[in-house]
Design a protein around this ligand. Sequence first.
Ligand code: ATP
Length: 359
Amino acid sequence: METLKSSTLQLRQLTKRYSNFEAVRNLDLNVPSGSLLTLLGPSGCGKSTVLRMVAGFLNVTSGEILVDGQDISRVEPNFRDIGMVFQNYALFPHMTVESNIAFGLKMRGVSKDEQAVRVRDVLEMVQLTHLADRYPSQLSGGQQQRVALARAVVIKPKLLLLDEPLGALDRHLREGLQAELRDLQRKLGITSILVTHDQDEALYLSDYIAVMNGGCIEQLDTPIALYDRPQTEFVARFLGVPNIFPSKVVSKSEGEVVIELGGQKVVVPTTEAKPVGSDCKISIRPSHIELVAQDDARMGLVSVINSAHELGERIVYHCEVGGHKIEANAPRTSNSARFAVGQAVKLLLDPAHTILLRD
Ligand code: ATP
């Protein structure tokens, strides 16, 4: 199957209200053509509501859904040209794999000959040619989900919507299918939205990730930027950053502020206009803190080690700085330095990854 002419999706001031509860609030979002954008966030933040409005299963309260600049928010779901994959496969149990995949083409009046060619191509793509005559009940969960994916893309949709598509599969199978899904989406170039709870899945599959909180987008970024530079406390916590500290700005200069942490000073690069004396919060991932001996000449936080655990490829140190608990990770290689519990050390915070969180 050839690459599609990719569409763009824009959501403008999209709002969904259930009586007086706003599940989605004035949401603006651009999904560039051919890219995969993930809506990530805790249960109840509004991810599925956005997806269901784009699919047309839910009416919008206000706002616009633009595909290639055309507002489709009042168009019936069947006429939106959208492929969908759900967590629970939703295959027709009484139809073979081949008929399941051909169904959408038949409904669109595609000729029998073309149906056969397109079904054959897509079956090859998801490596299910040998199972074309089976019924869904005769397939594993992973195979059923590949049929669901084939059925969604065979109609050459303008958009592909993926609602927790791998959520019902065990971890091993899920990882295999993530790679397949990513390859297929890139190969076909279908503009796609994925909804997931699983941040590893989002980081692996996405071109962009929108983290949602209370019906709004809290941060939209590439996976790497989001992982390295969460901008708010909510995003940092959601992405599992353990080191988040309340602090105060003690001085500032061009492009940076100096904050106080447990009675010691830390330089944090920022473009935010934070006045001296104001409260702030900083975050840093454990892998961005280097542990060195206390007599090291470099600038760092004087600290003491409370615990040390060897975990797979890393050593996890829990340290303390003036009453603040700080986690630092070191690679567990044969020549890496080991620090003992109770030992005084210095923590070097990588300035590029020390983040002054937005209020
Ligand atoms: P999950 O990950 O658990 O599926 P979600 O982020 O997809 O969560 P939504 O299903 O979009 O969340 O729901 C967003 C909010 O809207 C939730 O607080 C939910 O309780 C509420 N909600 C959803 N459907 C309705 C409804 N029909 N009537 C009232 N409130 C609703």
